[in-house]
Write a protein that binds this ligand. Structure first.
Ligand code: NI
Ligand code: MN
Length: 227
């Protein structure tokens, strides 16, 4: 399986049979390495409702017919706007032709502003465990460090993890390195840093702190890892 980092928290998973995009934020993303129209996913996995995660999900879903897999409130809300949607909720596996998806806890929030700037809440934020053609990918979404990450690492052998390290809105490098200890993935890719000024977390610091716990792959937008 090839996993390409498209900038910020956007990840594109490709096998010979299936393409999945996670948190497609390309339009308005200063670090995006692709355009929304370049992607032809079969499925779109969304961790939470913030604009830098749902981003282009709706137009991509409408153009390609891809199914949006997300938590109940977010998936049904996007489904009501014309997307094909598969609502799940935290803790339960759901099977798909490519494998299965389970949403985990994430300590964060999930909303979009209404026309007056007031938040419309979109359920609980999540991380996503994606089993695809025999490989296990964990995308933590936006989150703080939490000790129940140990349970995730104990349940599944993670081949590839994407962890936010940006500080301010999510974990910084130090907490993310602790998360690596809990999750013990084979390969970890730091994400959600450097896109906007508050996201100051340094991937080199993360790599130094996580050294020996997992193979750290610092990907520039557009770069891939094979697992
Ligand atoms: Ni967020
Ligand atoms: Mn975010």
């Amino acid at each position: 399986m090839k996993a390409t980092f498209l900038g910020h928290a956007t990840v594109y998973l490709e096998t010979s049979k299936t393409k999945i995009v996670i948190d497609p934020f390309l339009t308005g993303n200063p670090k995006a390495s692709a355009k929304a129209d370049d992607l032809e996913p079969d499925f779109i996995v969304l961790t939470h409702g913030h604009g830098d995660h749902i981003g282009d999900a709706l137009p991509i879903a409408k153009r390609t017919g891809a199914t949006i897999i997300s938590t109940y409130e977010l998936a049904t809300w996007l489904g009501s706007q014309g997307a094909k949607a598969s609502p799940q909720n935290h803790g339960g596996w759901c099977k798909y032709p490519f494998g299965a998806v389970k949403f985990t806890q994430a300590i964060h929030s999930s909303s979009v502003p209404d026309e007056n700037g007031r938040p419309i809440y979109l359920g609980e934020p999540a991380g996503a465990i994606i089993q695809i053609e025999g490989k296990t990918v964990f995308h933590a979404g936006d989150t703080a460090l939490f000790s129940d990450m140990k349970l995730i690492g104990d349940e599944v052998a993670i081949d590839l993890a994407f962890l936010p390290i940006g500080e301010h809105f999510v974990m910084g490098p130090k907490d993310a390195a602790k998360a690596v200890e809990f999750l013990h993935p084979k390969v970890v890719v730091p994400i959600h840093y450097g896109t906007f000024p508050p996201l100051v977390g340094d991937p080199k610091e993360f790599a130094r702190l996580a050294e020996g716990k997992a193979k750290v792959a610092i990907l520039q937008p557009g770069e891939s890892v094979e697992v």
